[in-house]
Design a protein. Structure first.
Length: 594
């Protein structure tokens, strides 16, 4: 197959101009005549003050305004449409880019071309990227200079398609758009395709239309109050819904500024959070919005003591509720000790938990009022999202207000969702799409089956509307994935997440993954893979290493006997993906050989 390497003119090296000098050169830039699609993100860009900061690279301090962003998106769009073979409307455009301004320009330029943006993870091996390219039938592959070699390797794999290979040079200074014109018609072919994490099955391409992306952003803006005054510190991978929608598209629509700091380095993050409160760096803007995964918060706290006293003091001011208005934890269950330690270190900032997935964006969330951030709960359905629980045994809907059985035990059910935020289809997999939706009884839209099991209950003194009208009534408590986190043993159901939460509250345990193993006697038995604190080597009975009997003794007053793991294996680390999730099927096979 042939490979063409193109260098768009708009991305060729230019004289670098710092942010403070850009507005002085505004009159020198020509008016850009191209139009942008009449969709939510471009309607928002049209209204933003072009002189305000959009993106900042934390390490290099390279900064770009919203005026720069619009101008570069227009030029990138024109260049892409000129170089691509045929029309791009509705086509998949894959791209490899570092967490940067270049990523944002490329993403929005694909939207502007009425195409489907397909972000690829630079950390994926070539073979996995080849699978995604082939499965998605991508027409174009874009790569920044940093990943040009990797993109070349992907294309050399003998894919059936011969996508255009377009190398994007690092942007040194953006063009500035004096005005933005939107198409008179709303285009409907654009959107995004993200691949599932593959923790239970082979990754599937999730096609998310632009209308769903806009609905997801609108829902989050209402619930979490993004604003132009926010500075979001971006620490996340950009091939997951968390990093793309929550931490990129939504702040751009809101006019917030995004500061990229990736890959994650705990000391650098602490220094950045501390900077506005140090005399030497007090000119830096404070971070007001931080969203991350539990492993990031754990690594931050474990590294805090190694900081100098002045950095510690300033960093604690940086994460105090008076300055860091919102700290969110997601993509994996948040251990209670992590939540408590962060609140103590930050002077009372309570991590906000939420529930989301690739197919639906964010669906359920705790509220902005700290009282509405209940330990172990993910909150209430977000604005614009309908949610229900369906009994996994009877397929009957569990009515609101009837969340317990005759014996007062909480009823577990699969979370099912519907609304404008839901994805359209699994690409090229009609069977999986059909099986994932349930026809509605009210002639409304079908319900999406999330595969996640939860209970629901009213919490006293919580959900009184202080976080918004949407945050009222019974709260959702996730039990786990129906396929791997609900263990059926001796006729009883065990939530792996509940057992993990209790294990992680023990001082000897730093990581835990609870799984179900086949058992002739019980159907399944509970097992656990642990990573222990170094001090656990002598914390067992009689000064010996902490072992299975110590674990059982520690849990006997916390969990019912059938929930306590019968087998325990200790590892130095538990393999996780970029979002901190464990592939439990692979873990069971690797550790227990079943």
């Amino acid at each position: 197959m042939s490979t063409r390497i193109l260098t768009p003119r708009f991305l060729r090296p230019r004289l670098r101009i710092h942010a403070h000098a850009r507005m002085a050169t505004l009159a020198a830039h020509r008016k850009l005549l191209s139009t942008l699609p009449n969709i939510a993100v471009f309607r928002a860009l049209q209204k933003h003050d072009p002189s305000t900061l959009a993106v900042l690279h934390s390490a290099s301090t390279r900064s770009f305004t919203y005026g720069n962003l619009i101008g570069d998106v227009l030029r990138a769009k024109d260049d892409l449409e000129r170089k691509a073979p045929g029309k791009l409307a509705g086509e998949r455009v894959a791209f490899l880019a570092e967490n940067s301004y270049d990523y944002v320009v490329t993403l929005l330029a694909i939207f502007a071309s009425d195409a489907i943006a397909l972000p690829l993870s630079p950390s994926f091996p070539v073979g996995e990227l080849q699978y995604i390219m082939d499965n998605s039938q991508a027409k174009v592959l874009l790569a920044t200079e940093k990943y040009a070699d990797k993109a070349s390797q992907v294309l050399k794999a003998g894919l059936e398609l011969d996508p255009l290979f377009d190398v994007r040079r690092k942007i040194e200074v953006g063009a500035v758009a004096e005005s933005v014109q939107l198409d008179s018609r709303e285009q409907t072919s654009s959107g995004m395709m993200l691949y599932t994490s593959g923790t239970t099955n082979r990754p599937k391409g999730v096609l998310i239309p632009e209308s769903a992306i806009a609905a997801q952003a609108s829902s989050l803006i209402q619930a979490w109050n993004y604003s132009p005054q926010d500075r979001l510190l971006h620490l996340l991978p950009l091939h997951h819904i968390h990093g793309v929608v929550n931490a990129t598209i939504t702040p751009i629509i809101s006019g917030s500024s995004i500061e990229f700091m990736y890959p994650f380095n705990p000391e650098q993050v602490w220094r950045r959070l501390a900077a506005p409160f140090l005399l030497s760096e007090e000119t830096k803007s404070k971070i007001t919005f931080l969203t991350a995964v539990p492993t990031i918060y754990n690594r931050l706290m474990s590294s805090f003591q190694s900081l100098s006293p002045d950095i510690q003091s300033a960093a604690q001011k940086g994460v105090h509720p008076d300055h860091l208005r919102l700290n969110i934890s997601g993509s994996a269950a948040l251990p209670t000790p992590t939540k408590e330690k962060w609140s103590s270190l930050s002077g009372g900032n309570v991590l906000l938990e939420r529930f989301g997935m690739t197919e639906v964006g964010m669906a359920i969330s705790c509220g902005l009022d700290p009282v509405d951030r209940v330990d172990g709960s993910v909150g209430w359905p977000l604005p614009g999202v309908e949610a229900r629980l369906v009994d996994t045994e009877t397929d009957q809907v569990i009515p609101v207000g009837q969340e317990t059985d005759a014996n007062g035990r909480a009823l577990e059910g699969e979370i099912q969702l519907r609304g404008e935020t839901i994805f359209r289809e699994y690409w090229g997999n009609e069977k999986a799409t059909t099986e994932s939706f349930v026809k509605a009884d009210d002639n409304g839209k079908p319900w999406f089956r999330t595969g996640d099991v939860a209970t629901r209950r009213v919490v006293d003194g919580v959900g009184k509307g202080s976080s918004g009208e949407w945050a009222q009534g019974p709260m959702y408590f996730i039990s786990g994935r129906k396929s791997v986190d609900i263990i059926k043993t001796g006729g009883e159901k065990v939530s792996a997440l509940e057992v993990e939460r209790e294990l992680l509250s023990l001082p000897q345990v730093t990581e835990a993954a609870v799984v179900g193993l086949p058992s002739e006697q019980w159907g399944q038995k509970v097992a656990v893979v642990l990573v222990l604190n170094p001090d656990a080597a002598t914390s067992g009975r009689n000064g010996k290493s902490w072992g299975p009997m110590d674990m059982r003794r520690a849990l006997k007053d916390r969990l019912a006997g059938y929930k306590i793991p019968q087998e325990m294996t200790i590892l130095e680390s538990i393999p996780r993906n970029a979002m901190g999730k464990v592939n439990k099927k692979a873990l069971v096979k690797e550790v227990f050989g079943v």
